[in-house]
Design a protein around this ligand. Structure first.
Ligand code: ADP
Ligand code: MG
Length: 240
């Protein structure tokens, strides 16, 4: 589904990604972990070209997004993204947040978009908030709306950048639970996270990034019980 070959990204003279090669299979859930500043967000943002790769190639399905001829706006519609800070539209109700892009971008009829939005809100446990504005919601509720909004575009894959890092501790679980059910539907997911328990339980693979290098790429059990590199060992000692 997602294939990355020798991905490099530099900002000025800072080389943030130093030749990353990996694939994410259809339906796989991949947790991306590593120290702050190791390039996790940059990696994720390259996957839908929110950052322009400096070198290397990336495929989303059949489409090579690093090919200048590829219409990136079209490909982006197929990839949902969820950020640490929600990025909801503050002047729209929850329902409008979910229906806006399907109507505007996909040309979905309003009634259909609203029906789909309500189904999704029901799935994330927020049907009763359909007519609220985002500022009336808790952080955990906002993030569940953000996930539902991304799903409203019927994406083939979902990218999450630290979706629970801005939440109060008591709200982390409700968001992780939504992500867990999504994983069980077979959605392809790449998740930057510091939630090691979640990574261990839900991910099919862990990618450990350190200083722009993909140091380990292993099933969670292997990674957490028997990390191969000194860097991963040192990281795990700090966070576990
Ligand atoms: P992580 O998500 O693992 O914490 P990031 O991908 O956000 O790491 O950042 C990796 C490095 O790239 C950091 O040193 C960061 O300061 C730098 N960086 C990220 N985005 C930019 C940017 N737009 N311009 C310059 N430097 C950046
Ligand atoms: Mg980051």
């Amino acid at each position: 589904m997602i294939k990355v070959e020798n991905l490099h990204k530099t900002f000025g003279r800072l080389e943030v990604l130093k030749g990353i090669t990996t694939t994410i299979d259809d339906g796989a859930v991949v947790a991306i972990i590593g120290p702050s500043g190791s390039g996790k967000s940059t990696f994720l943002r390259c996957l839908n070209k929110l950052e322009e790769p400096t070198e290397g190639r990336i495929w989303i399905g059949e489409d090579e997004i690093t090919d200048p001829k590829t219409n990136i706006m079209k490909v982006r519609q197929r990839i949902g993204m969820v950020f640490q800070h929600f990025h909801l539209f503050p002047h729209m109700t929850v329902l409008e947040n979910l229906t806006y892009a399907p109507i505007k971008v996909k040309g979905m009829p309003k009634a259909e978009a609203e029906k789909k939005a309500r189904d999704l809100l029901d799935k994330v446990g927020l049907l009763n908030k359909a007519n609220e504005y985002p500022n009336r919601l808790s952080g955990g509720q906002k993030q569940r709306v953000a996930i539902a909004r991304a799903l409203a575009m019927e994406p083939e894959a979902m990218l999450f950048d630290e979706p629970t890092s801005a939440l109060d501790p008591e709200m982390v679980k409700e968001v992780l639970d939504v992500m867990k059910s999504l994983a069980h539907t077979g959605m392809t997911m790449a998740i930057v996270t510091h939630e090691m328990g979640f990574a261990r339980e839900v991910a099919d693979r862990v990618l450990f990034l350190d200083e722009g290098v993909l140091v380990e790429d292993a099933p969670p059990n292997e990674f957490f019980t028997n990390p191969k590199s000194a860097r991963a060992k040192a990281f795990l000692e700090k966070v576990l």
